[in-house]
Design a protein around this ligand. Structure first.
Ligand code: NAD
Ligand code: IPM
Ligand code: MN
Length: 347
């Protein structure tokens, strides 16, 4: 029986993860669940944001359902002890190099989007974000310049193997969808991006069925709000993908709607909403659980070989929204639990 690790984390993480768990339980699948502390919760209990027991569970599990990490009371700790290191550590330790972040507008949410309804309605895309490299994992530190000034630095780099493995997934994802891949970089300024672009162009010969384009990240940020419907699949680096996916979420109605899958090359995955621990609304029952519920659906599809159950969850979310179920981020008044109830009612 597949083992699911539930790492709920901090802030709204436990609130939204509980709703995803209720949905999974309601499907009566043959799954076992094991929970562990992660992030600030783990730091406060054990002195480390990613304790060995938690990493061990993540390794043993067939899939991981993750809430969010981040705790303002930890923001002044040395970096290695901060909650965010837990998710970065899991991504790196488990070689979860590929982050799929689908962004589509569920019918009925046109009025929740920050864009005009007719512009918003067209968004249906996947951001394929590289997750193991880039400026996130380069050498970093604080030092003093010869002039005696404090200086912070973070080295940005990609090697060609890292670009190759994520680019293949970008092409494959596009080939299975609308056949369009847009590679987003900053090749006009960054050597990292020049290599990225060169490698993507070299690989494109293997995917004649995919129409490849290139876009600078600043233009992409603009195009996402001008006309998000032009994108099918975007493939991009770790930092650009982080920023563009939060932006895409507001085109689709709310950051509380976007799920994600972080995959290794063998199909093992960590599934989490793209949002964080939202300390401003934590503990108030205001969080939208849909992104986490939809992440559970991605888990069933990508790691557990159960696309039928994934379809059922996605359909139930869609029906709940068409029926008018809305948390405050979508302009409604439902609590997190009531939104979970609405999804369960349509399962
Ligand atoms: P955030 O995503 O937590 O919140 C940004 C805004 O969106 C807030 O106003 C929040 O209330 C709102 N929001 C987020 N999720 C929501 C939901 N499900 N329903 C309704 N509203 C929602 O980003 P932030 O405020 O920049 O970061 C807060 C903490 O989370 C930080 O410590 C950050 O490092 C961490 N973080 C963690 C992850 C992760 O665990 N993968 C992702 C992003 C941020
Ligand atoms: C995300 C988050 C993380 C990231 C942080 C918390 C390390 O913003 O998952 O999108 O930057 O990848
Ligand atoms: Mn982010």
């Amino acid at each position: 029986m597949p083992l699911i690790a539930i790492l709920a984390g901090d802030g709204i993480g436990p609130e939204v993860t509980a709703e995803a768990r209720r949905v999974l339980d309601a499907l009566s699948l043959d799954l076992t669940f094991e929970e562990a502390l992660v992030g600030g919760a783990a730091y406060h209990a054990t002195g480390h944001p990613l304790p060995p027991e938690t990493l061990d569970l993540a390794r043993r599990a067939d899939a991981i359902l993750f809430g969010a990490v981040g705790d303002p009371s930890c923001d002044t700790l040395e970096r290695a002890l901060r909650p965010e290191q837990a998710i970065l550590g899991l991504r790196k330790e488990l070689t979860l190099f590929a982050n799929l972040r689908p962004a589509k507008l569920f019918p009925g949410l046109e009025d929740a989007s920050a864009l005009r309804p007719e512009v918003a309605a067209a968004i249906d895309m996947v951001i394929v974000r590289e997750l193991n490299g880039d400026v996130y994992f380069g050498e970093k530190g604080m030092r003093t310049t010869p002039a005696g000034l404090r200086e912070g630095y973070d080295v940005m780099s990609y090697d060609e193997a890292e670009v190759t493995r994520i680019a293949h997934l970008g092409f494959q994802t596009a080939a299975k969808r609308g056949g369009k891949l847009c590679s987003v970089d900053k090749a006009n300024v960054l050597e990292t991006s020049q290599l990225w672009r060169d490698v993507v162009i070299e690989l494109s010969a293997q995917y004649p069925q995919v129409a490849l384009s290139h876009m600078y990240v600043d233009n992409c940020a603009m195009q996402l709000v001008r006309n998000p419907g032009q994108f099918d699949v975007i493939v991009t680096g770790n930092l650009f993908g982080d920023i563009l996916s939060d932006q895409a979420s507001m085109c689709a109605g709310s950051i509380g709607m976007l799920p994600s899958a972080s995959l290794d090359s063998a199909g093992k995955g960590l599934y989490e909403p793209i949002h964080g621990s939202a300390p401003d609304i934590a503990g108030q029952g205001k969080a939208n659980p849909c992104a986490t519920i939809l992440s559970a659906a991605m888990m069933l599809r990508h790691s557990l070989g159960n696309p039928g159950a994934a379809d059922r969850i996605e359909a139930a979310v869609g029906k709940a929204l068409i029926g008018g179920a809305r948390t405050p981020d979508l302009g409604g008044t439902l609590s997190t639990v009531a939104m979970g109830d609405a999804v369960l009612a349509h399962l």
